[in-house]
Design a protein around this ligand. Structure first.
Ligand code: HXC
Length: 261
C-alpha cells in the first residue's frame, strides 16, 4: 500500500533521499494498519540508512490521504482501542525519525491525512491541496495530533474553526495560515519536493539533524530552554569535520565535500 524508492541528490558526493508514495488509490489513501505499518517501517529504514539524507512523503494527485480508514475504525470499542492502543501504535513512528521529512501534498489531506502531513517537518502543497480535520462529522475528534499540532501551526481560532465545523481549507488559505511552507502548481509539486530534498542531500547530515532537533524544541520547551538547547548543539557542531569543511570550502571559494562526521 506504499511505494518506496530512493533518488540521488545533486553533486558528486551528495547523499540520496528516500521517496515514499502512499498508494491505496481506491480508498483515497485511507490510512489502515497495513499502510501505517509499512509507512512506519519505511521511515525507520531510511532513518537508519547512512546513505540517506532526508525523506519525501507524498500521495496521489487526488489525495495525500483522506484520513484514517473509517471502515476499519467503525467497529472499534473503547476497551480494545484503549488497551491495544488501536491505530495509535504506528502513528507515533513518524516522531522518532531524526532526518528531515518533507510532505508533498496534493488533493485531500483530511483527518489522519492532515495529521501525517503535520507530523512531517514541512509541507509543500500543490494548488489543489485541501486540508481539514473533519472527524467532528463522524462523531469523534482528531486522534493523532490534530487538536495539538494544528493550533501550533495556524493558531487557535483557525484550528477551532476547522475542527469544530469540519470544513476544508484550500492551499492558499493553508499557506496564509502557516500550515504549509509553499504552494506550487500541481504539475510542479514533485519537482519542487525533489529540489528541496536534493539541496538537503548536499549538506552535512549532522547539521540537518541538529536543525530538526532544535526547531522541534521550539514546540516542546520554554524559550530559555530552547535557546540553551540550540546553543549547546551549535557549539557541539564545532567538533565536527563538516564544520571545518563547510567554512573552509566557503573561504576557499569551492564546493564543500561533507563526510557527515
Ligand atoms: C475509508 C475512504 C475514506 C476514509 C475515502 N474513502 N475516504 N474509506 N476511510 N477515510 C473511500 C470512499 O469510501 C470511496 O470508496 C473512495 O474512497 C472514494 O471516495 P469518495 O467519497 O467516493 O470520493 P469523493 O466523492 O471525491 O469525496 C472525497 C472525500 C470523501 C471528500 C475525501 O471521501 C470523504 O469525506 N472522506 C472521508 C474523510 C474523513 O472523514 N476523514 C477523517 C477520517 S477520521 P468506494 O468503495 O465507495 O469507492 C480520522 C481519524 C484519525 O482520520 C485518527 C488517527 C489516530
Amino acid at each position: 500500500t506504499i511505494l518506496v524508492d530512493t533518488r540521488p541528490g545533486t553533486g558528486e558526493n551528495a547523499l540520496r533521499y528516500g521517496w515514499i508514495t502512499l498508494n491505496r488509490p481506491k480508498a483515497l489513501n485511507a490510512l489502515n494498519d497495513t499502510l501505517m505499518d509499512e509507512l512506519g517501517a519505511a521511515l525507520l529504514a531510511f532513518d537508519a540508512d547512512d546513505g540517506i539524507a532526508c525523506i519525501v512523503v507524498t500521495g496521489s494527485e487526488k489525495a495525500f490521504a483522506a484520513g484514517a480508514d473509517i471502515a476499519m475504525m467503525q467497529p472499534f470499542d473503547f476497551p480494545n482501542a484503549y488497551r491495544k492502543g488501536l491505530i495509535s501504535r504506528n502513528w507515533d513512528t513518524i516522531r522518532q525519525v531524526r532526518k528531515p521529512i518533507i510532505a508533498a501534498v496534493s488533493g485531500f489531506a483530511l483527518g489522519g491525512g492532515c495529521e501525517v502531513a503535520m507530523g512531517c517537518d514541512f509541507i509543500i502543497a500543490a494548488d489543489n491541496a485541501k486540508f481539514g480535520q473533519p472527524e467532528i462529522k463522524l462523531g469523534i475528534i482528531p486522534g493523532a495530533g490534530g487538536t495539538q499540532r494544528l493550533p501550533r501551526a495556524v493558531g487557535k481560532s483557525k484550528a477551532m474553526d476547522l475542527a469544530l465545523t469540519g470544513r476544508m481549507m484550500d492551499a492558499v488559505e493553508a499557506e496564509r495560515a502557516g500550515l504549509v511552507s509553499r504552494v506550487v502548481p500541481l504539475a510542479d509539486l514533485h519537482a519542487e519536493a525533489d529540489k528541496a530534498a536534493q539541496a538537503m542531500c548536499g549538506y552535512s547530515l549532522l547539521a540537518l539533524m541538529a536543525t530538526k532537533e532544535c526547531v522541534n524544541r521550539a514546540y516542546e520547551a520554554p524559550l530559555t530552554e530552547g535557546l540553551l538547547f540550540e546553543r549547546r548543539l551549535f557549539h557541539a557542531l564545532f567538533s565536527s569535520s563538516d564544520q571545518k569543511e563547510g567554512m573552509g570550502a566557503f573561504l576557499e571559494k569551492r564546493a564543500p565535500h561533507f563526510t557527515h562526521r
